[in-house]
Design a protein around this ligand. Structure first.
Ligand code: BDP
Length: 685
């Protein structure tokens, strides 16, 4: 079924001439390198793809050709070119590949697929199949690709009981009833999807590690975990586990989890030895510590460098990595005294530790300082760490962006983050250069994101949310791709190469983030969602709670004063000129105004509107636009498969209704608070 196949829904090429031209070229594959596990995967994918696209069974021949044969031979020729990555340049990562089209003297056509590694070959195969499906001719295939980022990671927030934290697409494909799934087929299909977009690392359990998952690193569970590692290995994906910092204590094997305790240190060393005896290429640990009631080094008066380094020491002999999350804040604070500000927390905790982490530790930093809101500034911690490996964290699962019931294509948001200039080393210090390690030349770096998949047939609940999954992988491979290009690739691969269909879908995707933002929390202030589950409007839901996520709306004004002059001083965490840009309400970008400033409702935005009128207008506009999305989709009836059509139509209908609800709740609230009428007289209560 196409929903399940997602973007690997390869169809027979209809144009006979093109199909035959390709058949003579791809019907014969010669493999001129050693058959490794990943290479075998690549060949299997290649044969399957050729069968589906061209309706033929390709013959695969192994062994290198003699010189005479070589000169005239045609077909697809697969080679390994390890020299491609000996230049030590970041643009030449070993996972790269090259495609070269050639015509021999005798007229034979050949395509060379040259990988920097077996993984490079596999990525090249997926790329080749995508290009052929998209209608490219053989002579147009020449390309050289190399992933921009070293670690291209996905984080599952799956729990062993089969639930998924912030999951909106069913239950876990990994676990059920406290055990690792016995049917590995679905997980294998997932590995395929991940590899097809270039991802190379996965952490398979929630960052909130509960009792059952704490046991994943025990002798009893490791054989099961190893089965998953085997499966991902075949697709070139390294397996990581989220671990419980207090595991030695909670498993009852030590009476403390103090990172400076010799007994604890040896416990983790033994644990590492045990893990690597089952999984020799285990990726390492992901750790959420001292955050939202998770244990951590603070309990013992130690800091996060002590905690991370202790684990890193244990993994070092095996080249394992510790991915230590910077989402550390006191969730039981109240900062109305303006001494604490949740947005400041990551920087305040980690900046002073810069330079103290071992070389196999990476700090994983959420893209914004709060928590994956529809609009946030870029975290000032990204780039501020100059002697520490760092990774950016995105959230594909739409916790705060409509939970896969609303359409919200997030690639434009991620691109904005990656293109943001932190000025950490002067102009040209974009986030993407920190993620790819080039700004500071760090040993390790990359990007991670929280997955949006579950066991629903469509993987992502909303089929159009597959675009976020696909787009994440493509963007992490190459941050220079545009959000439109990615949307086009995805829509065509998923629904077929029909320009009428793809044009409508790209249009919808590209507008969707702005639409969602328009009818939800205004001008970067965030939140205003129902507490706990985070779906739907509740303007004051978090306003009187201790989670530190306030909007400070009263009868005179709204917004959070994070300036140095009169607020929390958060703006000073940025490098200049960003610090001054945000500090000054006149230069602060409109879309972030209420994140940084508390202003009267009559404050005039750079757009020329008052804050209150902006709120009214965007909420009416956004809800109308949500209605348009539904109409646009309706045009596709009969042009895509019925099941997908109905599935999306239902969700868009729900979104359109729910957008009106958002509109009314927000507008009425601010009308009543401010007492200022809508200039167009639309708001009533
Ligand atoms: C928040 C989620 C929470 C996660 C937390 C995290 O609401 O469920 O555990 O982030 O990233 O977005 O650790």
């Amino acid at each position: 079924l196409s929903m399940y196949k997602a973007w690997l829904n390869v169809q027979l090429i209809e144009d006979k001439e093109r199909r035959e031209a390709y058949a003579s070229l791809l019907g014969q594959v010669s493999v001129e390198c050693k058959p490794t596990l990943v290479l075998q995967t690549a060949l299997k994918e290649l044969q399957q793809g050729i069968q589906a696209l061209l309706g033929i069974a390709a013959s695969v021949k192994e062994g290198s050709a003699s010189r005479a044969e070589e000169e005239n031979a045609g077909g697809l020729r697969i080679r390994l070119c390890p020299e491609a990555n000996t230049q030590g340049e970041r643009s030449q990562r070993e996972d790269g590949f090259e495609l070269q089209y050639m015509q021999a003297a005798n007229g034979n056509e050949a395509i060379y697929l040259i990988g920097g590694s077996d993984k490079g070959i596999m990525y090249g195969v997926f790329h080749l199949l995508r290009m052929v499906a998209s209608g490219k001719r053989a002579a147009e295939l020449n390309t050289k690709e190399s992933p921009a980022n070293e670690l291209r990671m996905i984080n599952q927030w799956d729990n062993a009981d089969g639930t998924i934290e912030r999951g909106y697409a069913g239950r876990s494909i990994f676990y059920g009833n406290g055990r690792i799934a016995s049917d590995l087929g679905r997980i294998r299909d997932y590995a395929r999807l991940l590899a097809s977009i270039g991802l190379n690392a996965i952490s398979i359990n929630n960052v909130n590690v509960h009792e059952l998952e704490t046991r994943f690193i025990t002798e009893e569970q490791l054989p099961e975990v190893a089965r998953l590692a085997d499966l991902f290995r075949a697709y070139g994906i390294a397996l990581f586990l989220s671990v419980n910092f207090a595991a030695p204590l909670q498993l009852g094997e030590r009476n403390t989890a103090d990172p400076l305790d010799a007994g604890v240190q040896s416990w983790w060393k033994d644990t590492a030895a045990r893990i690597y005896s089952h999984i020799p290429d285990f990726g390492g640990f992901v750790v959420k510590a001292d955050s939202e009631h998770r244990p951590g080094p603070f309990t013992y008066g130690r800091d996060h460098a002590d905690g991370a380094n202790m684990l890193a020491e244990a993994l070092a002999d095996y080249s394992g990595l510790v991915i230590w999350r910077c989402f550390v804040y006191d969730c039981m604070q109240d900062w109305r005294d303006r001494k604490t500000d949740r947005a400041r927390a990551a920087y305040d905790h980690f900046k002073p530790l810069d330079g103290r982490f071992r070389s196999n530790v990476l700090l994983q930093i959420k893209n914004g300082p709060m928590d994956f809101q529809v609009r946030e500034p870029v975290s000032p911690l990204i780039g501020a760490l100059k002697e520490t490996n760092q990774m950016v964290e995105f959230q594909i699962t739409q916790e705060y962006t409509g939970q896969q019931r609303h359409l919200c294509y997030l690639v434009p948001q991620w691109k904005q983050v990656l293109d943001f200039d932190s000025y950490a080393q002067g102009e040209g210090s974009q986030v993407k250069r920190i993620a790819d390690g080039s700004l500071y030349g760090t040993a390790h770096s990359g990007i991670a994101a929280v997955s949006n998949i579950g066991d629903e047939e469509s993987w992502t609940g909303h089929i159009l949310a597959q675009a976020n999954f696909y787009g994440y992988g493509r963007l992490v491979w190459n941050p220079e791709l545009t959000a439109e290009q990615i949307a086009l690739e995805w829509a065509a691969a998923t629904f077929g190469y029909n320009p009428t269909v793809t044009t409508v879908i790209i249009g919808m995707l590209m507008k969707s983030w702005a639409i969602y933002e328009a009818y939800t929390a205004p001008l970067g202030v965030g939140w205003m969602v129902a507490p706990n589950h985070h779906y739907g409007p509740d303007v004051d839901g978090y306003e009187y709670s201790r989670w530190g996520t306030y909007h400070f709306a009263d009868r005179d004004g709204i917004g959070v004063d994070r300036t140095q002059a009169s607020g929390t001083g958060y703006t000073s965490q940025y490098s200049e000129p960003n610090a001054s840009l945000y500090e000054n309400a006149a230069t602060c970008p409109d879309e972030l105004l209420l994140f940084f400033h508390h202003v009267p409702y009559t404050h005039i935005l750079q757009s020329g509107k008052t804050v209150i009128q902006h709120i009214y207008d965007t909420h009416f506009g956004g809800a109308d636009e949500a209605e348009r999305l539904r109409e646009q989709w309706a045009e596709l009836e009969g042009q895509i498969d019925e099941a997908s059509f109905v599935h999306v139509a239902e969700r868009l209908a729900e979104q359109a209704e729910h957008a009106k609800h958002w509109r009314d709740v927000i507008n009425t609230y601010f009308f009543r608070k401010s007492g200022i009428p809508d200039a167009d007289g639309r708001v009533i209560y």
